[in-house]
Ligand binder design. Structure first.
Ligand code: B12
Ligand code: SF4
Length: 487
């Protein structure tokens, strides 16, 4: 079959990186394993219109990914696809996987969407395509209406999907269990992407032009349940690939694809230290440690001891993020971060001692915050002094505990799903004494106070990258001074 996957275009705040969509890269790989002819249309880098692309490729099925701020673009894209071809359109990704708020039904009720896949997509996609192929074999004159006719029963028993049959009934099948054997998955199909069109991992601090950056995921899921974190895709069960399996893909990225930097996208890569120690041994033994890698989304600070960080540094780790979130212990406890501030401080010290650069993620405006608690967060950021401090305003994503709390006790300030982004300088909810004005003021202050310290400015000026990409540096400086948001 001809299979098309789409990452809908989404207006990104300036200087955010663009990377190939790892989820679609996995789905592309399993589809190719089935023998499908696969194309990926990434709206962030594509020049052709979706309509033109569909007209030329004539897919048998279209799969579109959507996180929350992207979902409306996904619907518009689905409508564009349908305007040129009668082809089944399937939506997947974090937004449509939130069943608590019926967000799967929200999408399948739209005429331009036929099915929704919830959770990890690889196994479901394979089965879905097999059923569609079987249907097509017996229907030389394809119509989506026939495919979705209740009497056809094409989707019977397929777990993890929701759909609307052509009689208007919506159906939700039970979840399918998380993929148990991650080593059994194929490697992401990067050859389906126009790699030269993407940025590097962290364009705000590293070289941009000509970098060959790839992502890898060595584990899925997270055993923690922070109240603000959207976990609709990756279930509570943390599953890891074996070090040997990760090594094989790592080698492929470096030796076959020429990776110059690797972003490790795991939610919590360091749940089991010995797994990482073993991986580091392998990277060193196979001389892959010359290619720098970065934990872009953060590792758990309570599991980042000096020995592990030193070993990872020797294996090529250049930088790691930590989700610090708050400088106030009571707030940290209330969001179930399950960490204390001294442990966070120790993790940053450990990283500094072994020469691993750090990124700190901080959130302002968590439920229960006051001017004082946010002040503590800003002070902690300055004390920890990571290479990059990222301050976001608390954005309650559907399916999270904070979302439920704000719906009960506060007021969401977002009008459409497109507003669910947290780097735009706008507070996203109000609750009791926590006003938008207060959070926005503290957020602007956080950026100014962190980045406009003389010591910090000096450090920036001493970095080669600052001068190598002067226009970008000046743009960032302007944003930091005028708006507050630099990264
Ligand atoms: C890397 C990353 C980014 C990168 C790249 C995003 C990308 N396009 O991949 C960047 C930095 C750009 C980014 C930005 C944002 N991100 Co982000 N990101 C991630 C992260 C850490 C990893 C994504 C990943 O590669 N996952 C691994 C792959 C295998 O999973 P996947 O992409 O979800 O795909 C699987 C399934 O979802 C499903 N699937 C997905 N699409 C489809 C389509 C079909 C047809 C089917 C059948 C199945 C299917 O099958 C795939 C394979 O199993 C996730 C956390 C996480 N654990 O996933 C957050 C995450 C996706 N991001 C999140 C958020 C909030 C954002 C931002 C909105 C933040 C902001 N700035 O305000 C922006 C949105 C910008 C945008 N344009 O969309 C949330 C999404 C929550 C939600 N309800 O939407 C997540 C879940 C983090 C979290 N726990 O809160 N992000
Ligand atoms: S914020 Fe990090 S530790 Fe907390 S649940 Fe999300 S991924 Fe896990």
């Amino acid at each position: 079959m001809r299979v098309l996957f789409i990452n809908p275009k989404f207006r990104l705040p300036i200087d955010t990186r663009t990377t190939p969509h790892l989820g679609l890269a996995y789905l592309g790989a399993v589809s190719e394993q089935r023998g499908d002819e696969v194309r990926i249309y990434d709206g962030d880098v594509e020049e052709q219109s979706v309509e033109e692309f569909v007209r030329e490729f004539r897919p048998h099925v279209v799969g579109i990914t959507a996180n929350t701020p992207q979902v409306m673009a996904a619907w518009r894209t689905a409508a564009a696809v349908k305007s040129v071809a009668d082809v089944p359109v399937v939506l997947g990704g974090p937004h449509v996987s939130v069943v608590g708020d019926d967000l799967d039904f929200e999408s399948v009720r739209r005429p331009e969407v036929d099915l929704v896949v919830r959770g990890e997509g690889e196994a479901i996609w394979t089965e879905l395509c097999a059923r569609l192929e079987e249907f097509l074999r017996h229907q030389p004159e394809f119509s989506t209406a026939a495919l979705m006719h209740p009497a056809m029963g094409v989707w019977e028993g397929l777990e993890g999907i929701a759909f609307q049959t052509s009689d208007g009934e919506v159906h939700r099948h039970p979840d399918q269990p998380p993929i148990a054997d991650l080593d059994g998955l194929p490697w992401p199909a990067y050859h389906l992407f126009k790699m030269e069109r993407y940025t590097n991992l962290q364009p705000t601090v590293d070289r941009v032009e000509g970098a060959r950056s790839f992502s890898i995921m060595t584990s899925r899921g997270c055993p923690y349940r922070c109240s603000f974190c959207s976990q609709s895709i990756m279930p509570v069960k943390w599953r890891a690939r074996s070090p040997q399996n990760v090594l094989a893909e790592w080698r492929h990225l470096v030796e076959d694809l020429g990776a110059e930097e690797i972003g490790v996208l795991d939610d919590s890569a360091n749940i089991r230290g010995h797994r990482l120690h073993e991986l580091c041994d392998l990277l060193i033994e196979h001389r892959l440690n010359h290619v720098p890698w970065i934990f872009v989304n953060g590792i758990r600070a309570n599991l980042a001891d000096g020995e592990l960080l030193a070993h990872m540094k020797a294996a090529g780790l250049k930088r790691t993020a930590f989700g610090v979130e708050s400088g106030d212990q009571a707030i940290l406890d209330s969001i179930h971060k399950r960490i204390d501030l001294d442990t966070v401080r120790q993790a940053f010290r450990n990283a500094r001692e072994v020469g691993v650069e750090t990124i700190g993620f901080f959130i302002l405006g968590l439920p229960g915050e006051t001017e004082e608690t946010m002040e503590r967060t800003i002070r902690l950021a300055i004390e920890l002094d990571p290479l990059v401090a990222n301050f976001s305003m608390m954005t309650p994503f559907p399916g999270t505990q904070v979302y439920e709390q704000v719906k009960r006790e506060g007021r969401l300030l977002m009008e459409t799903w497109e507003d669910y982004v947290f780097f735009e300088g706008r507070a996203r909810y109000e609750m009791e004494d926590l006003t938008a004005e207060l959070v926005e003021r503290k957020w602007r202050e956080a950026y100014r106070r962190f980045y406009l310290r003389p010591r910090r400015i000096l450090r920036t000026l001493l970095r080669q990258e600052t001068w190598r990409q002067l226009p970008r540096t000046l743009r960032m400086a302007w944003r930091t001074v005028m708006l507050g948001g630099g990264q």
